[in-house]
Write a protein that binds this ligand. Sequence first.
Ligand code: IMP
Ligand code: MG
Length: 185
Amino acid sequence: MVEVFGEPDANLREVLISQVDLTEKVGQLGDQITRDYQGKSPLLVAVLKGAYPFLADLARCIDLPVEIDFMAVASYGSATKTSGVVRLVKDLEIDISNRDVIIVEDIVDSGLTLSFLQKNLMTRAPRSIEVCALLIKQGLQKTKLDIRYSGFTIPPDFVVGYGLDVDQKYRNLPMVCTYKSATGN
Ligand code: IMP
Ligand code: MG
């Protein structure tokens, strides 16, 4: 059990990734992007809502004049299982033609969301598209994905915190926790 908001929470099994480890990893990803995009001004496209803390921290670790925009897609309902259907809920405001785009994702599970986004953005003629995903769930990807920057590979359990939710809750935890037992999902 993990203690959050001043009391033990029976829904949280353990801390999977601590705040310290998140900070260190996000710093490393920012450094890599800074090196790889020298002389460029990449556009960070974050996927709402889950990627908001990752985007905020990552952007401040990139020593380049980045721009930021948001998209929202729906793939999960409020449950912990994917519906397999991805729908665009909010589109970009910035024209990405001829831009170096980096898709910033919280977590890649089946990979359906990411491949939907990649295909969708590709049609808009960007100069380049890469992906920066904080968490990759082990072995669950249905299609082969090209992820240039990735943070942590994690077991295929449901996790919350650092942007990730169950029914919109736990997004503000500063660490990533495993949610309930494998059978309790
Ligand atoms: P995918 O399309 O199956 O790769 O699912 C990606 C999306 O599902 C992510 O952007 C999250 O919003 C959500 N998701 C997947 N796994 C988890 C999890 O363990 N906790 C919270 N949200 C998750
Ligand atoms: Mg979600």
